[in-house]
Each structure stands twice: as structure tokens, then as C-alpha cells.
Design a binder for this molecule. Structure first.
Ligand SMILES: [Zn+2]
Length: 567
């Protein structure tokens, strides 16, 4: 049930309003709290209700009903996001600490300027909180204790944000310090995991002390956690820890291999080294008998000695990839250049920000051979979906663009059609038959049991207009898990019917996740990577879908090529 989750958001909205204006907002605060109670106490899953049923719940009004639908569909409530962005106080973070309510948070902010976990910790440890009215030594001590737990469990950072932070830091270091010889990031960021705990930077430098000093002078730092000659750690304003290691240039490859992980991968690799009379560490690969160096300068040399072939960072997970390397059966991974088109994007015909023509021009810029519009179709209340009476305007505009740009790109007419709970498409079939392709996506009734979810897909796969299943699990990273279905039977049937599975490249979705992409390919499905762009800028998110594909071991032959299917 999603009820608890949504209730908490309405409660947070009330808390933000309370912090901002308090009594002046009395009635709105009370209304949001009443909605929270109503949602929390409602016996059915709120996610399965439509607008009319929602409004029947006492305490839910027109605008909160719309908020709920928006959350069920996209995992965000825009008004709440605005409040969060506007407020200096990270309420969501602070309220998770046992014993911290909105009143206390407000006081801590007003009296001490506490805005988040880090500043709360600083003030608690300095003894400032005990001095405040209504707090005292005891509650200060319990805040410190509860903080430990919250910091350990702090949220992971999505890969797109982490990548941006790492790249900016690297640019800064390179521009300020000419001693740097090589620099890269390791860890889960380099392995392209969907979220990242912290960022590991590895640097070889002609002057490690000078480099470490430049590292801790980065303007985005909130707190220096440690600063040594070869090892430093900082906490950034962006709420992520960055660790720096300065290493010798001669063993940069060994260190990069070591700090890229994963743990399981490295354990397996070290065992293989031992079986060959070698030992592997962050300093290099050595002969065990006499400690002579075998390889350390590049990862490639190390992998070639141990497992015959270089293993791409994205594949370094459970260790089985090493067997493939030994047998020279590693996949030749796709990269961005293998992407010939984008088959999920939205224009101003539904909930996109840009016109169709603007989207076409951007896709031409990106060098694609084809692109397909997939505005929302069906009775989706929140997405401003195209209805039957809007079909001709939609279709005709695509035809005109198809003709106008035919020498530059193949513009295709598609739709993202909502799948109803029973697996029927929420649009008149005769219209859909006119389109070049159809993406079928589930946007509602996300929390259903396994059988219902499986049957829904098995039914939609029988519809001959369906080309692609969009964002198949419906997950939003960090906000809601995907719904489960019988993956094998759905993938098997898709493969039989020639229906394609999507990797939705949007970093908030990355859906299918890589382990399910592997399973889909194993069953014989083709994969389409699309951005689900709602603006021209979103069209650049393709690389995050390629990351997922690479982690899944995708080769170009596994990618769907729509042009083969078209007349
Ligand atoms: Zn969608």
C-alpha cells in the first residue's frame, strides 16, 4: 500500500507550511493534516483509485486528489517539490531522526541555523542544543545517538547526480593543480550502478601533499572529514562524501582496479591470482614466491595476465564475468554510438515541454536515424493525455514533420498508451492501428499482486498493435519499488510475439533494471533504449540507459531496430 507514503508527504507539506508561517496558515495546515489522516486510514490502496473515488474520501479535495494521482504516476507531487526546493531546512531528512518534530526543527533552525543532518550534528556535538529552552542535556544526547543511525542510513545518490558531482570535482582539481598525472573515479560510480553511496577519486600526482591540499580547498565542501598526505575525505554541500586517494603513477592501474570493485568481483579475482602463484593488491600483481612485480600500470595488463581479457567496469559485479573473460566469451558492450533512435518522447500534445518540431531538430542534432513520438494516450487524468478527438491533430502534425525532415531523419508516429488494470489498452484500437508503433505502459494500479500484474502483461502482449513495453516495472528510484510480475513468462511471451522490452533511460527510472534486462535477453527479447524525454534537454539522458544496457552485457545485436519492421 502506498497510503502511508502519501500520508507522510501531506504531513510534511503541513510541516513546511507550519515552519514558514505557522498560525497564518492555520487552516491550510489543518487541511493537509486531515488529508494525511484520511489517506493513512483509508482501507484500500490509494494507488488503485481514480479521481472520482479519491474525492469521495472525506478529507481529500480536488487538488489533493490530483496530487495523489500525480504521485501514483510519477512519484512526485510538484507542490511538495516546490516547498522542498524553497526551504533552507531539509525537513524530510531531519524529521526521520527519532524525537524531532516540526516544532523542534523550527526552533533549531531559528535559534541555531540547523538546516540538515550535518549542521544538527555539529551543534549537538558542540553542546549548543542542550542550552536551548525545552531541549536539555538528555534530549541532546539522544539526538546524537539517533543521528548516528540516520547518517549510516543516509540516502544513496542517483547516478546522474553523482556523475555530475564527480566530473565537476575532477575538472576543479585538474584546473587548480598541475601536479596531477592521472585522475579517475572508482567504486560503484565507475561500475555505473543506479545509485552511489560515496565517490572515490583516485589521483596520481607529482606532489601528493600539494594535491591533497587543493582537494580540501574545493568550494563545494561543507566539512572536511579527514586530510592526510595520501588520503582525504570531505562532505559536500550536495550531501555526499568524496574520498581522495593519492597513489603512485606506476601502480595507478592496480589501485583503480582495487577501488573500482565490486567486492565480490575482487575476491574472485584475488583467488584466481593465488591459483596462478600470484598475489593481487592495490599496489600491483606480484609473483608470490619472490615478490617480483608482474603488472601494475594499467588494469588491462592485470586482467590479461589473470583472466586473458580486460573486463569492463560495468560488468564487475558477482564474479561470474571472470569465467566469461577466461573463456573469451565476454560480450562486446554497446555504447552510445550504437543507439540509432529514441522511441519514447513526449511533446506539447500531452505533458511535454517542447513542440514536436523542436524535438525533431534535437534528434537530428543527436545524429539519430529515427525517432518516434509517444505522447500519452488514454484516460490518464494527470498527463494531459491525447484523447480520441485529438488523434487527427496529433497524427497529422507527425505526418507533416515526417515529410519535412525525411532527408534528415525518419520521424515515426507512436503513442504511449496506458494499460488498464485488466491489460487492455486505454484507447480505440482503430486509431492505434494507424500508428507506426505503440509503447504500452502501466501507470496506475502499480501495487497489485504478482498474478494480477502478470496477467495484465500477458493480456496486453496479445494485442497486435503493441510494439514495446514501456518502463516495465514502473519503479521510481529512491521513491517507489517496481511492481513484480512473473518475469520469465512475460519475457518468454514477448519474445514469441516479437514485442520489445524498454530500458527507460531516465535516471529516475532506469527501468528495466540491468538484472531484468539480462533475463529478458536470455528469453530472446530485443531491447529498446529510450529516454522518455519530456523536453529537448531530456533527450540527452540516453547515456544512462546505455549504462544499464552495458551492465546487462548488451551487444548491438540485442537492440531493437524499428526500421527493419517498417515498410
Ligand atoms: Zn510512461
Amino acid at each position: 500500500m502506498i497510503n502511508q507514503e502519501i500520508a507522510q508527504i501531506f504531513r510534511n507539506i503541513a510541516n513546511y507550511l507550519d515552519m514558514e508561517e505557522g498560525q497564518n496558515n492555520f487552516f491550510r495546515i489543518r487541511a493537509f493534516n486531515a488529508t494525511a489522516d484520511a489517506v493513512e486510514n483509508h482501507p484500500e490502496d490509494i494507488a488503485s483509485l481514480n479521481i472520482y473515488d479519491l474525492k469521495k474520501i472525506k478529507g481529500v479535495g480536488d487538488s489533493t486528489a490530483k496530487d495523489i494521482l500525480e504521485y501514483v504516476k510519477n512519484g512526485v507531487i510538484p507542490y511538495y517539490e516546490e516547498l522542498k526546493a524553497k526551504s533552507p531546512v531539509k525537513l524530510e531528512e531531519l524529521i526521520k531522526i527519532q524525537g524531532m518534530g516540526p516544532k523542534r526543527i523550527k526552533k533549531l533552525y531559528q535559534e541555531l541555523g540547523v538546516t540538515d543532518l550535518v549542521s544538527l550534528k555539529l551543534h549537538a556535538e558542540a553542546g549548543n542544543i542542550a542550552k536551548l529552552d525545552g531541549f536539555g542535556e538528555k534530549s541532546q544526547a539522544s539526538i546524537i545517538e539517533n543521528l548516528q543511525f540516520a547518517i549510516v542510513n543516509k540516502e544513496r545518490t542517483r547516478i546522474d547526480n553523482a556523475l555530475l558531482i564527480a566530473e565537476k570535482y575532477i575538472d576543479y582539481l585538474k584546473s587548480k593543480d598541475t601536479n596531477i598525472v592521472q585522475i579517475n573515479y572508482g567504486g560503484s560510480l565507475r561500475r555505473r550502478n543506479e545509485t552511489v553511496g560515496d565517490i572515490d577519486l583516485l589521483v596520481s600526482s607529482k606532489d601528493p601533499v600539494a594535491t591533497s591540499k587543493v582537494f580540501v580547498e574545493y568550494p563545494e565542501i561543507e566539512k572536511v572529514l579527514g586530510n592526510g598526505d595520501t588520503k582525504s575525505s570531505v562532505w559536500l554541500k550536495q550531501k555526499i562524501q568524496v574520498d581522495l586517494r593519492v597513489i603512485n603513477d606506476s601502480n595507478f592501474g592496480a589501485a583503480l582496479q582495487y577501488f573500482t570493485g565490486s567486492k565480490d568481483h575482487n575476491v574472485r579475482l584475488r583467488k584466481i591470482a593465488i591459483s596462478k602463484g600470484l598475489k593481487l593488491s592495490e599496489y600491483g600483481l606480484f609473483r608470490k614466491s619472490n615478490d617480483t612485480l608482474v603488472a601494475s600500470k594499467t588494469e588491462k595488463e592485470i586482467y590479461e595476465v589473470l583472466v586473458n581479457n580486460y573486463v569492463e567496469p560495468e560488468l564487475r559485479e558477482d564474479g561470474n564475468e571472470l569465467d566469461l573473460a577466461i573463456d573469451s566469451r565476454l560480450p562486446k558492450l554497446i555504447d552510445l554510438a550504437d543507439i540509432k533512435g529514441d522511441l519514447q518522447m513526449h511533446s506539447t500534445h500531452s505533458d511535454g515541454k517542447n513542440t514536436m518540431e523542436e524535438m525533431v531538430l534535437k534528434c537530428i542534432d543527436l545524429g539519430y536515424a529515427n525517432m518516434g513520438f509517444t505522447d500519452h494516450f488514454g484516460n490518464l487524468y494527470v498527463a494531459n493525455a491525447v484523447k480520441e478527438d485529438g488523434f487527427n491533430a496529433y497524427f497529422d502534425e507527425i505526418l507533416a514533420l515526417k515529410e519535412k525532415y525525411k532527408d534528415k531523419i525518419k520521424v515515426l508516429a507512436g503513442a504511449e498508451v496506458n494499460v488498464k488494470p485488466n491489460g487492455d489498452l486505454d484507447f480505440t484500437q482503430a486509431y492505434l492501428e494507424k500508428l507506426d508503433f505503440v509503447v504500452a505502459s502501466v501507470h496506475s494500479s502499480l501495487k497489485v499482486d504478482l498474478k494480477v500484474a502478470t496477467d495484465r502483461y500477458l493480456n496486453v502482449l496479445d494485442n497486435p498493435v503493441v510494439t514495446i513495453i514501456g518502463h516495465p516495472t514502473g519503479r521510481i528510484i529512491g521513491q517507489r519499488p517496481g511492481f513484480e510480475f512473473n518475469y520469465v513468462s512475460v519475457f518468454q511471451k514477448s519474445a514469441e510475439k516479437g514485442i520489445v522490452m524498454e530500458i527507460n533511460a531516465h535516471p529516475a527510472r532506469q527501468d528495466l533494471p540491468y538484472h531484468l534486462v539480462k533475463s529478458a535477453v536470455k528469453q530472446g527479447c530485443k531491447i529498446q533504449i529510450s529516454t522518455d524525454a519530456h523536453s529537448v534537454n531530456d533527450l540527452e539522458l540516453m547515456k544512462y540507459g546505455v549504462f544499464v544496457g552495458r551492465k546487462a552485457g548488451l551487444e548491438s545485436k540485442n537492440l531493437f531496430n524499428i526500421q527493419k519492421q517498417l515498410p
